[in-house]
Structures are given as C-alpha cells and as structure tokens.
Design a protein around this ligand. Structure first.
Ligand SMILES: Nc1ncnc2c1ncn2[C@@H]1O[C@H](COP(=O)(O)OP(=O)(O)OP(=O)(O)O)[C@@H](O)[C@H]1O
Length: 252
C-alpha cells in the first residue's frame, strides 16, 4: 500500500466570497517532501496556505490533511506567516514565543513541562538563536524574528509545515538557517509547503513545485515544472530574467 499523502488537494477552488480567487488546484505532498508554491503577486499562494489551515473555504473539490479536513487536522499543521505581518511589539521573551508552539499540544491552561522547555530550546538552537533565548522578541531584527517564528512552528512538531514567503527580506544568515532547518525537517519526514518568489531557492530546496496564478499551471518535480514555458504561462507577459536557457528570476 502506498503511504497516504500528508496533504492531498483535488480540484480545489478557494473563495473568500462569491468569486473564487484560485481554481483547479490538484496535488499531493508526501512525508518528507518539500513543495514550492510559485507565482506572481496576487496569484493565490497565501490563499492556498490559508485554505490548508482551514481559514478560507474550499468551494469545490477537496483539501485533506492526513485524511482529515483542514480544521480537524489543525493540531498537526505548523504555520510561519509572512515577515511583514508579524507583531514586533510583543512584550515577551524569545523563549516565550517559541513555547507558544507547545501549547496546542499541552493545553493553554497547563504550564510547560521540562520536556517542553527542552524542545523549545532545541528549536531555537536549530534556527541558530540559542544565544538570544532571553531577549525580548521585539528587539530582534526582522530576519531573527522570522527565525523565532520558525522555531515556534517546529517546536510544535507538525506533520505539515506551511511557510509563507519565509525568504523575503531576510538576511543570508537567516536564509542559511532556514535551508538547514528544511533539510532536517525532510529527514524527520515533515511535509513542507513553502511559498516563495525566489526561483533559485525553490530549485535548491524543493522536491516539487506548484505554479499558480489564479489557477494551477503545473505541479510536479521542481526541475521539470520550473521550465521557461511553465514560468511564461504562469507569469504571462511579465518579465522573466534569463541566464542561458534558464529563467533565473521572475518579476512580481
Ligand atoms: N481576506 C481577503 N478577502 C478577499 N480577497 C482577498 C483576501 N485576501 C486576499 N484576497 C485576494 O486574493 C487574491 C490572492 O491573494 P494572495 O494573498 O493569496 O496572493 P499571493 O500569491 O500570496 O500574493 P503575494 O505574493 O503578493 O503575497 C488577491 O486578489 C487578493 O486581493
């Protein structure tokens, strides 16, 4: 018997109101696989991530996480939001933010046990911020805050991790930390869905790519999907930067 997919999307349309913003999405993400969502601004990448979280309705077709509805599977799904949606005013320490990742497992009314603190400390170490554990979250740089939120997500030990443009606006150190964490997650069998505008990073880290622009233009092994033809179809008349036969960057 083949392993059931961690995430299974079949002919899904997703809508905030009457008119769907995304249609015809079909694809599978298995344990330990990393899938990149690629498409221009407004393509529907964040919307798809929110639908997998059960926050935006699927109007036709289905989205199943571990064979359950997105809302029922929420406990097994981690989420790192876009950097610019973070609240830097949080008057809490870095460790407290990471421990929030444990509450869905231990319950909001219980105090974290020693094991939870060890898991949080390990998550901070994995993103390279062990030395900032006592710092106030708001005093960190944008890239460091993004890494703290990544630590919070991995401390929850999700089976599926959703990352919304984690590479945008972060420094090289943060990018390297993220690439390192992604490779560890793959080894642990965590499935990852990652939206990004960065084609080079997508090619570097992902096994599969999903091309989106209000509809799906392709889903498959990264090299076979991020082709000049596939990217041209997805981005339309927008400029694509070429290097030899390759398209290296797509403008938003
Ligand atoms: N809460 C909302 N209510 C109604 N429409 C929305 C809402 N959020 C987003 N949209 C619309 O859905 C479409 C897709 O937006 P989405 O944020 O998913 O795109 P994206 O691919 O993530 O873009 P970006 O790369 O700019 O983050 C856009 O037209 C947007 O205006």
């Amino acid at each position: 018997m083949p392993e059931p997919a961690v995430l299974a999307i079949d002919g899904a349309s997703i809508a905030y109101d009457a008119q769907p913003v995304l249609t015809g999405v079909t694809g599978r993400v298995g344990a330990g696989e990393i899938v990149a969502l690629i498409g221009p601004n407004g393509a529907g990448k964040s919307t798809l991530i929110k639908a997998v979280l059960g926050l935006v309705p699927v109007t036709t077709g289905t989205i199943a996480v571990l064979g359950r509805s997105p809302a029922a599977a929420r406990r097994d799904v981690g989420y790192v939001p876009q950097a610019d949606t973070l609240d830097a005013q949080f008057p809490v320490s870095v460790t407290q933010v990471v421990l929030m990742g444990r509450y869905r497992r231990i319950g909001w009314l219980r105090r974290p046990a020693r094991a939870d603190r060890a898991i949080a400390a390990d998550a901070l170490r994995r993103v390279g911020l062990a030395d900032r554990a006592r710092a106030t979250f708001g005093t960190l740089s944008g890239g460091q805050r993004q890494r703290v939120l990544l630590a919070r997500a991995i401390a929850a030990q999700p089976r599926l991790l959703l990352l919304d443009e984690p590479f945008s606006g972060v420094d090289v150190v943060s990018q390297e930390a993220l690439v390192r964490v992604l490779s560890q997650l793959r080894q642990h069998g965590t499935a990852v869905l990652i939206s990004t505008h960065d084609l080079a990073l997508a090619r570097h880290v992902s096994d599969h790519a999903c091309l989106l622009n209000r509809q799906m233009y392709g889903f498959g092994p990264t090299a076979a999907t991020l082709t000049p033809d596939g990217l041209r179809a997805t981005y339309g008349s927008r400029t694509l930067d070429r290097h030899g036969d390759d398209i290296v960057a797509a403008h938003r």
